[in-house]
Write a protein that binds this ligand. Structure first.
Ligand code: ADP
Length: 627
């Protein structure tokens, strides 16, 4: 039988060029490169012996049998060597492959080598008799073992492929398959020696796809970048966590300060002292708003900012914004006007708190950066379509804030919404600010799928326009803001801002004494009996003894926190306050908390610092008292 050795010769030529190339221009001193090089050498050895044995088998009658046996055994050893180096090359890419996998791989290879050695003495794989080649009884085991090795490696690559970018695993699978396919073809056409050619192919792919110096460099750089990115992320997270916990820690004492100060403002008789207290209130609120901005920023950066949507009354939102800002505008002598389309719907579905925050940020900037003239808020609604199935009306809420202030230079407009960016620092040094407001505003608007635009003429004034998609929940026309404001003010003036509920009993649970004091102070006018507990355990004890109309429960307390205390009261069948409404109090301003507290079973949620208005509203509501 004659063999066609042309593929072997081609493989040898290619591999020799490759081997020289890898030692010279393509050289890199890495383990992967070294392994591919060893693979190339072993395939060269294999192909050379393949060519020799092709002749010695052909001319068997002229070659002594023992020499043929030795040469063919060398061919098989070289074959085992190529399989072994190929497997090591692959394993090098999967350092996380289990020890068992590596061990199985080794055993399979040792078995192949052992079989060739045993064959020398027994002829179990093949033998020569008078120059003729005969198969032994284990001939097919000689093929089954390398096949098992390849299959096992296929398994290793597949289960560890998450370790590596997808492309790498694909190339490795190709590296594994090519020689296998060529071996199968050779089994079908025995006279064409193809295996070495297939292996040369796979060596080329391996080298140029994964082991060239450029590729190595690229991979190294990518790895370094990945590590640097991870480090930067960790550092950023640490910073965010630090800022979040610092602001949280600062909020608690400020709440105490502002709460006590509210008491001085209310009960103070000496005008001088009341004036001092008023200054404390202004400075304290400014500090609180900076801290809230930092908390918001850290929440946005860490992706923890959530919108809480509910039905809201637009007049109420506008009125709150008006009340918040009118004093400061008045102090500066600015005309402060709110306008709206009286026919626009009165109630919408969205995050009221965040919409108020957006409007307030723009208004307070308008007032801050305007020395004379006016600040105007204009609100309108452009209906876009009716959703036929839900019957809802959708549209765009248009919020425009226009001022006649210092304006913004055209070239600065691009930097306006960046964090900590304050324009013209020297000129605006005397104006308070952190450069966070507009960044947060923009983020909030984007979270609501809206947009914010600015137009400005330097020295003349600025117009911010915010467009937010909203759903209408009540089409009733809102009416003219200015007209309603007048009515509302006269009603509000007649209300006392408090209520009477003598005979009612509430319990306040908070581990911080000052908070309890502030709280009691805020409800003092109500004539209710107010009991205090300074820990969860104490609260449970007290709820077992007396029946309360409302329990106000701080969330964060040492040992047993508010939620656990709440559940213990709820789950104790004998507790007489099992059904008493419990209102959770928290300085934990993480958005999304409100709904999770309500799901937990709390009747309401009040955030600290406790505002008297809100406290009274919640209490009156739960007691069923109209104010
Ligand atoms: P700050 O806390 O400094 O006000 P902002 O993020 O709210 O931070 O605003 C960023 C910068 O944009 C401000 O420092 C100011 O230079 C400029 N700016 C914002 N609003 C106005 C406005 N209405 N008129 C002029 N400049 C403004």
């Amino acid at each position: 039988m004659y063999y066609n050795i042309s593929f072997d010769i081609a493989a040898i030529l290619v591999l020799v060029v490759l081997a020289v190339g890898m030692k010279t221009v393509l050289y890199t001193d890495t383990r992967g490169h070294k392994l591919v090089r060893t693979y190339v050498y072993s395939v060269i050895a294999f192909a050379v012996i393949d060519v020799i044995t092709a002749y010695t088998i052909c001319y068997g009658s002229m070659v002594p049998d023992f020499l043929n046996l030795i040469l063919n055994s060398l061919y098989h050893y070289a074959s085992v060597l190529t399989v072994a180096t190929a497997m090591r090359t692959i394993l090098n890419y999967y350092p996380s492959a289990s020890k068992t996998s590596v061990m199985i791989n080794r055993i399979l290879i040792y078995l192949q080598a052992a079989l060739v050695t045993v064959n020398l003495f027994t002829g179990c794989l093949f033998r020569f008799e008078n120059g003729v080649y005969f198969h032994g009884s284990l001939y097919y085991v000689g093929y089954a073992l390398p096949l098992a090795t390849v299959l096992h490696m296929l398994y290793v690559v597949l289960i560890n492929r998450a370790d590596r970018p997808g492309a790498i695993s694909k190339i490795i699978l190709l590296f594994l398959f090519l020689p296998t396919i060529f071996t199968v073809i050779q089994m079908l056409f025995v006279d064409v020696l193809l295996i070495a050619f297939g292996e040369a192919f796979s060596a080329l792919i391996m080298l140029f796809a994964l082991e060239t110096p450029d590729y190595r460099k690229l991979m190294k750089t990518m790895n370094e970048l990945e590590i640097a990115r991870e480090e930067a992320n960790v550092a950023n997270r640490t910073k965010s966590d630090f800022l979040a916990s610092m602001s949280h820690e600062i909020r608690t004492p400020i709440n105490g300060i502002l709460g006590m100060n509210a008491m001085i403002l209310r009960d103070g008789k000496d005008p001088q002292i009341v004036e001092y207290a008023e200054n404390i209130r202004i400075a304290g609120n400014a500090l609180l708003s900076i801290i809230n901005d930092i908390l918001d920023l850290t929440k946005i950066e860490s992706g923890r900012m959530e919108l809480i949507s509910d039905r809201y009354d637009l007049f109420k939102v506008m009125n709150e914004c008006y009340q918040m800002n009118r004093m400061r505008a008045g102090e500066k002598g600015l005309a402060f006007t709110f306008e709206n389309d009286p026919k626009m719907p009165s109630e919408y579905y969205g995050d009221e708190v965040r919409i108020r925050q957006i409007i307030n940020n723009l208004l307070s900037n308008g007032i801050k950066y305007t020395q004379e003239g006016s600040v105007l808020l204009k609100i309108g609604f452009v209906e876009s379509h009716k959703a036929s199935d839900s019957g809802g009306i959708y549209g765009i809420l248009m919020i425009t804030v226009k001022d006649t202030g210092i304006g913004i230079k055209q070239e600065d407009l691009g930097n306006l919404f960046k964090t900590f960016s304050r324009l013209e620092e020297s000129r605006n040094r005397h104006i308070e600010g952190t450069g966070l407001g507009l960044h947060i505003t923009k983020m909030l608007v984007q979270m609501m799928q809206g947009s914010i635009d600015v137009e400005s003429e330097y020295g003349k004034g600025t117009v911010f326009t915010v467009k937010i998609p909203q759903r209408v929940t009540d089409r009733k026309p809102m009416g003219d803001f200015a007209v309603r404001l007048k009515e509302h003010t006269s009603v509000a003036a007649s209300a006392t801002g408090t209520f009477k509920a003598a005979g009612r009993r509430v319990l306040i649970v908070d581990d911080v004494k000052m908070n309890v004091l502030v709280f009691k102070g805020l409800l003092r006018g109500s004539e209710m009996t107010i009991d205090c507990a300074y820990s969860g355990a104490e609260a449970i004890e007290m709820t077992e003894r007396s029946k309360y109309d409302i329990i106000f429960m701080d969330h964060l307390m040492p040992e047993m926190d508010g939620i656990e205390t709440f559940h213990r009261i709820r789950e104790d069948e004998k507790n007489i306050n099992r059904d008493t409404p419990v209102v959770v109090l928290t300085a934990n301003a993480i958005v999304g908390m409100r709904s999770s507290y309500l799901e937990e079973g709390f009747a309401e949620y009040i955030s600290k610092p406790v505002e008297q208005e809100r406290l009274i509203a919640v209490t009156a509501e739960l007691l069923g008292i109209g104010r």
